[in-house]
Write a protein that binds this ligand. Structure first.
Ligand code: ADP
Ligand code: ASP
Ligand code: MG
Length: 478
């Protein structure tokens, strides 16, 4: 059984949903599970509507919602008629009502009734309920579109099975509860080989409140489902030919990678390659389930296979990722000199504020750390002050070169740094994982750095060719 995940652009309108149905039909996988994201742009629009409602602009928020519902209705007009359409209309009406109600509650929170204050659901909780409607709507639309295309399909609400904690906006999935529930909930009745359409990105707490698991989280949903259901493969269908040597939006000549290891892909995702949510691979890896990334606009391409270990020798660098919006924190102190326990005290502050540090470099008198999540920065900064002088640099970026070849290619380091010699580079880190070399550069220079490194390892930008040709092209250039 295959788990298919269709991202926002792969369900963005009726044509995209029909393409998805053709893809699934062609792969003949009884009981296939389809995980869908919200239509492209929908989650962003709902985030905007929530912000408007909270700021007291309820009319504007409701207009955004209606525009979005309108998009689903236009797709529905194109996809189905008769009883299928009637059933879908009822679902669209329901979702609209629920979303409008949530927007009203968000707007009312602003008025702040102090007597009811502690009873009110938090804004984060209401926002998650609102965002979830994006995935609920697209999954109803996809169920209808697949049925209209002649594929026997049923809809399943994943929320009661996908148990998470109550960290609204970035809830963590409780695999111990979710795994068995998903396995039981998705198990087909004997003789029922219908396709199941469900939602990425959403779950629920023990008390039944809707949660979301972090932007881009539908990839993670698909991987969790793949592991829970012992799928033969998880297929991530998106808008590029697979994993590329870097983000093709920055280097249009980025090359397609045919096979990549779990470890390499996980590093790329962690360091910003948006094509996969950073936590996607862990669940699939535990069960050794292959993950494939494919282009729903060019379904005949081979995509990228993510496997336990890659065959044969490749070039020294497999791909380059980058992450913008990074904050660097420097703690300088002569008390650090030879002091044991200093780093423990320092990291204890981050641990208490549940803030992850991505990169760390130390010298005799200073420690530098990168943070992605700055929600608790002011308090962290205060609590670090007794340990030394604290300085903060915002708008930084991490550039990360990834490749199994980095383990065994002497001479690469000078090649890397001569390519970026005209740029400010700091916090160089290699060795934490032998397949990753990372450094920090100002956010305003990151694209320059990535282009220079791409040119160094893959030559000047090569225009994209048809899928399948790209990989042989890549081999030649290397
Ligand atoms: P979806 O909505 O299907 O989940 P995303 O927008 O989340 O799609 O991810 C696909 C995008 O990821 C691509 O359009 C591309 O710009 C970006 N991307 C970043 N790094 C890479 C990479 N190394 N390979 C492929 N795509 C990448
Ligand atoms: N719709 C959600 C988002 O835009 C989840 C996803 O697309 O994976 O972040
Ligand atoms: Mg995505």
């Amino acid at each position: 059984m295959i788990v298919f995940k269709f991202g926002g652009t792969s369900v963005e309108d009726a044509a995209a949903i029909r393409r998805a149905a053709t893809i699934v039909a062609g792969r003949r996988s009884p009981n296939a599970v389809i995980v869908v994201s919200a239509m492209a742009g929908m989650t962003n629009a709902l985030v905007e509507a929530a912000a408007d409602a909270r700021a007291g602009r309820l009319t504007r928020a409701l207009e955004i919602l209606d525009r979005m519902i309108g998009r689903h209705r236009s797709a529905a007009d194109d996809l189905a008629g008769g009883h299928l359409r009637q059933a879908l209309d009822a679902r669209l009406d329901e979702a609209r009502l629920e979303a409008a109600e949530t927007l009203r509650s968000l707007a009312e929170m602003l008025e702040g009734d102090p007597s009811a204050g502690s009873e009110l659901p938090t804004a984060a909780r209401l926002t998650d309920s609102l965002l979830a409607q994006g995935e609920i709507l697209s999954s109803h639309l996809t169920t209808c579109g697949f049925s209209a295309a002649g594929l026997p399909t049923r809809f399943l609400d994943i929320r009661p099975m996908m148990r998470t904690n109550a960290d609204f906006g970035r809830a963590a999935v409780d695999l111990g509860v979710a795994g068995p529930r998903l396995a039981a909930g998705f198990r087909p009745e004997p003789g029922d080989d219908r396709i199941v359409v469900t939602q990425g990105f959403i779950g629920s707490t023990i008390g039944g409140a809707t949660t979301t698991i972090g932007r881009g989280g539908s990839d993670l949903t698909a991987s969790i489902l793949g592991a829970a259901l012992d799928a033969t493969e998880v297929q991530i269908w998106t808008d590029v030919d697979g994993i590329m040597t870097t983000d093709p939006r920055v280097v249009p000549g980025a090359l397609h990678i045919e096979v990549i290891s779990f470890a390499e892909a996980a590093e790329l995702a962690y360091f910003g390659a948006k094509v996969l949510h950073p936590s996607t691979l862990a669940p699939a890896m535990t069960k050794n389930i292959p993950v494939r990334v494919l282009n729903s606009r060019r379904p005949d391409g081979v995509g990228t296979a993510i496997v336990r270990s890659t065959p044969g020798a490749k070039g020294p660098i497999t791909a380059i990722a980058f992450k913008r919006g990074i904050t660097v924190l420097n703690v300088t102190s002569d008390r650090m000199l030879m002091a044991h326990g200093f780093l423990a005290r320092l990291f204890e502050v981050f641990s208490r504020h549940e803030t992850a540090v991505d990169m760390v470099t130390t010298s005799e008198v200073s420690v530098s750390m990168t943070l992605d999540d700055t929600r608790h920065l002011p308090v962290i900064r205060n609590e670090l002050a007794p340990l030394g002088d604290v300085s903060v640099e915002t708008d930084q970026a991490i550039v990360c070169l990834v490749g199994e070849g980095l383990r065994s290619s002497p001479g690469l380091v000078p090649r890397i740094f001569s390519a970026v010699q005209s740029l400010p580079v700091s916090m160089i880190s290699h060795g934490a994982s032998a397949i990753n070399l990372s450094f920090v550069t100002p956010g305003s220079r990151v694209e320059e750095a990535v282009r220079a490194l791409h040119a160094e390892f893959w030559g000047a930008a090569v225009p994209q060719t048809a899928p399948g040709q790209l990989s042989s092209n890549a081999k030649k250039i290397r």
